[in-house]
Design a protein around this ligand. Sequence first.
Ligand code: AFP
Length: 334
Amino acid sequence: MNKRISLTRYLVEQQRMDGHIPAQLRLLLEVVARACKRISLTVNKGALGGGLGSAETENIQGEMQKKLDIIANEVLIEANEWGGHLAAMASEEMDGIYIVPNRYPQGEYLLMFDPLDGSSNIDVNVSIGMIFSVLIKPEGPGVSAQDFLQPGHQQVAAGYCVFGPQTTLVLTVGDGVAMFTLDREQGSFILTAENMRVPDDAQEFAVNMSNMRHWDTPVKRYIDECLQGKDGPRGKDFNMRWVGSMVADVHRILTRGGVFLYPWDQREPEKPGKLRLMYEANPMGWLIEQAGGAASTGKQRILDVQPTKLHERVSVFLGSKNEVERIARYYSEA
Ligand code: AFP
């Protein structure tokens, strides 16, 4: 990759390339990027920006919201509601969908997001982020939550922004994965990687090991074998990393490979997993697939899961293809 071009120029060139990106989708991606810049400024200010601490309110997931969860959610709503590219939005921090008010033109796209991923890391200055997914609203009058319930393979754009030592925006529109780094002097995202690839094999896994006793047999088997290292059936040593912010763990995997696991857990057997399908697993799963990796629930491709509700949860295994396929094989053998 030789050209340090802005996100705007990159998207315009993609649009010119046989109309790969429709104008309205290009506009949407630019508006999401602008919102990420605003959120990044508040994140960077930390205690000086009033973004730390709890909001003393609960979201639909039953989780205590952080002030920054709400600030980020509002920034994304305000930035995207007036542009004419959206019909509605859905968020981890909102029970129902947000329909674009009639005072603004109605667009053809649906935007879903986790406005602030890794909330438990906000107050301890560890990388956090935002994750988004874009679908096309089905033909027909009006818009409803039902319109959002489309399998992940119908996404037309997906991405995340890491608010860490650098602010990096990573996205796909179905033609590979590109990364942009925020140049604070210029105030714009600059292309710093194209066609990102996840190696097929890996020697690094990311999982919250403190939950191990609650996992099912295939996952225990996979992690056990990794921990046995070169003296075990895998014949090689594995390293472990767990940031606790999916954006940061997945960004590391997109950058140098590895496998991310957030499996089913017997403590809440009725829940398929902790992570949310529509605005965590689907966008991250598509990005990983676009970079040559794989994304599975253990039993099926994540992008083929037919959603039944907006805040649906799913078990997640994603990253280096051969590792994810091995976990899926262990499920089929169980
Ligand atoms: P929060 O946004 O509530 O901190 O959850 C973050 C997350 O959804 C995902 O980003 C992490 O991978 C995972 O949960 C961390 O879960 P544990 O706290 O159980 O390790």
